[in-house]
Design a protein around this ligand. Sequence first.
Ligand code: FEO
Length: 406
Amino acid sequence: MKAISIRPDVYWVGAIDWAVRDFHGYVTPNGTTYNNYLVVDDHITLFDTVKYDFARTTIKNIMEIVDPSKIENIVINHIENDHVTSINNIMSLTPDATIYITEKGRKGLERFYDISSWKIKTVKTGDTLNIGKRNLMFIETPMLHWPDSMMTYIKEEKILISQDGFGQHFASASRFDDEFIECASLQELEDAVIDYYANILMPFGNIIKNKLAEMQKMGIEIEVIAPDHGIIWRKDPGKILNMYMDMANGAADLRVAIIYDTMWHSTEIMTRPIMRGMRDEGVDCKIIKLRATPMSVAIKEFWKARATLIGTPTLNNKMYPSVAEFLHHVAGLRPKNRITGAFGSYGWGGGAVKETYGMLKEMKLEVFEPGVEALYRPSSEDEKKCYEFGRNFANRVKEYHKQFNP
Ligand code: FEO
């Protein structure tokens, strides 16, 4: 795709990765984009680069606008590989350019490249750079989502170049929210936002809230949010800001995700009466089998629902390995404001449900106890117990949910 004008002399010069389906372990069914931006002012400035596979694409896009040797400033907002691994290609075309980066970014960059001959200026929150008619302001955003991360605000344009924040893994022929909504559904876009937040930004909700409040205090008015992935928010940046605030505040649907795995279908059989019990109490639920579902999809479903039940058979006195893997991912994402419970089948001594509750408590999630267990094959009596467990859990979930929707 060619360079695209966002405003006069402000361009998207990035790349669309239609084919990527595994983004460092997360499934990306819709591909992704690597967005970077070029501002043609008295001092031509490039914001971020792209993943190494797409170096030629961004250079070609830049060449449609300017000779790359004329780039004087390069802002590196974030040094993760998908944004910085073509910086060497760019620097070879404009070796006298000055890189603007945080101190932590500089330290990271020298682990990737020999930067001894590069001009580098480290910046911190509030530092500014005049590039002609426009002024840039740098805003450090540590742990959103790497220690080096920052955003850059183009004051006169009221454009926030937000690196990974507000992004989505979504390859699309459209570059802007208003175009996207015409080409595809708003629901798809929202789902991509939630997917990204759940898998990458879930641990950082409080940092997000504080950073947005800080920007407000700094008097930053935003007309356009230009992230490093997915579509650019130019028609309704308030929409994505509100979505982020809601998610950071623990927003979730009044719904239960039953996330389970099974060896010989016994734990799977238990999911059905549990689901019926919940439905009879008016609580929606979704059943997700782990070995049939990519991990990042299961994480997204966990995040969307107010409540989760973990179903696991016992294997060698432990929870089933795929369930352990899932809970390991969830623990790393440090979820909050969710209620959980567990159930499962066993053949000999049991142990998986107890171990699962232990992990849920370690995560400091609200738990509903006791869980329900069945020996070998769920009997009709066990199915009745599962149904009652589903009903009771649903009622507890409704109560718990009220605090978020008073
Ligand atoms: Fe899109 Fe944190 O890299």
